[in-house]
Design a protein around this ligand. Sequence first.
Ligand SMILES: Nc1ncnc2c1ncn2[C@@H]1O[C@H](COP(=O)(O)OP(=O)(O)OP(=O)(O)O)[C@@H](O)[C@H]1O
Ligand SMILES: [Mg+2]
Ligand SMILES: [Mg+2]
Length: 525
Amino acid sequence: MFRRCVGFRREIKRVIQLRTLSSDVSYDKRWPGWQVVVGLEVHAQLKSRAKLFSNSWTSTYDEVPNSHVAPFDAAFPGTLPKLNANCVDLALRAAFALDSNPQRRSSFDRKHYFYSDLPSGYQITQYYAPISKGGSIYLPKSQRTVRINQIQLEQDTAKTTFIPRAQSSTVDLNRAGSALIEIVSEPDMRSPEEAGEYIRALQLLLRSVAASDCNMEEGSFRCDANVSVCPKEAGDDVSNFGTRCEIKNLNSVKFMMIAITAEVMRHINIISNGGKVSQETRGFDEHTADTYLLRSKEDAPDYRYMPDPNLPPLILHDSYIMSVREGMPELPDATRSRLLSRGLSERDVEFLISVDGGREVGFDGKLGRGGAIAFFDLVSEGRDAKSAFNWITHDLYGLLVVRSMTFKENPISVNQMRDLLDLLERDQVTAPSAKILLKHIVDSRSLEKPKVLAQKLGLMALKENAGQLEEMCRAAIDALPEEAAVVRAGNERVLNKLVGHVMRSSRGRANATAVHKKLREMLQQ
Ligand SMILES: Nc1ncnc2c1ncn2[C@@H]1O[C@H](COP(=O)(O)OP(=O)(O)OP(=O)(O)O)[C@@H](O)[C@H]1O
Ligand SMILES: [Mg+2]
Ligand SMILES: [Mg+2]
């Protein structure tokens, strides 16, 4: 029975997944006559070393529990918050990336609730006056602009884990007090796919300005989806929209899209059966691919918001706001057009942007490490962009992927890569030899110049006029006398066999065109 049940659930999941993900199914086929409305609330952890109001370092998800906790994070009596200026910087960068308007004056409020993940009994957030208002993200695939309502700075909570066997929970305060920004969208998305595109675009933007890592699986980027349905004719007037339900804590784009689809179906079912959707907060069960009730609107907690008396209003001077704006790194749209103008195709550009899930964007000049785009920029400077792209993606990235390495772990420096491309351009090494060199550097982590390595490993190309090439051609003719006779008699096609022989005996160091030419010369004499 249990087995059948699991199989059935899997089947439902598969069907919903197919419905959600297949792009050729028009939305109307899934829910003819209905309009789907989605608004997203996203919590992104800011990429700051220190927490929002204490001087404790932030931690990654896999660190020893309770090892990054200042007395303030544990709500020791008498401790006071002190705003970390770096978090304000990052929030402002995020705001500019989303075309939002940083506010000269914002303030901090207490949101009260009683749960073990919140030692002080309240979360410091920005309820009345957020740090930034407005903004938008354009989604090219959906051809839709999603408006941002506001961006607020707030503290993250601790992490509680329930242990069923012991019937108790453990609390890890490492995350408590880390800085988050909550980005609230307007209800502008009209399908699960648009919501998916919004999340991916938002991740790309926040990563490009290094405001957040945006890793959903590690919890540094979490999303709540608000979903409602109404008749298609309702249009974009909010007063015509249906009652929304909020699905909390979705931790992957795929699950978010499945959860929205399931919720839409649930709403349509209720309304079609003459019922009324009631405003609820819901959870998502990955195993059933369905949402479930967490609490109804009547049970909604009263957060008793009040201004935090320990924190003065946050006043930002125009000169400071301007300085953050001026220091903004390149945004994805600008990167795209710059790369396109260098002669890469749209597909190439999307590939570069998506290397390592688009996570590593910046470049650490000192370590010579960084994301694929920065590496490409430096390597391809002053040379053919397409050939540099091919070597970096097909060859180098291919080697890294097989070895489960990210681009940031790439052991080849910009200078080594440039040197290798120089050798290729000057025909000093052949493409097969360059591949061997690349593999050698990745595996040995050698810091030597590729030219020196090529000499050491005997990989320098055999030049056209070098006696060695002629010697090898002569050896091929001697080894394959019948083929040589056929070529002499005028059948050029057999020449390839002889060329292959030379290429093998030169271990790829000979240039195939040069070998062709040489053999033809020798056999036509
Ligand atoms: N009819 C609707 N259908 C779908 N989404 C909606 C609808 N009306 C509002 N929304 C979305 O619901 C979200 C409301 O978020 P907001 O943070 O303002 O309030 P909240 O969910 O009540 O509060 P909390 O932050 O405590 O969860 C927004 O993203 C908005 O776009
Ligand atoms: Mg909210
Ligand atoms: Mg909400």
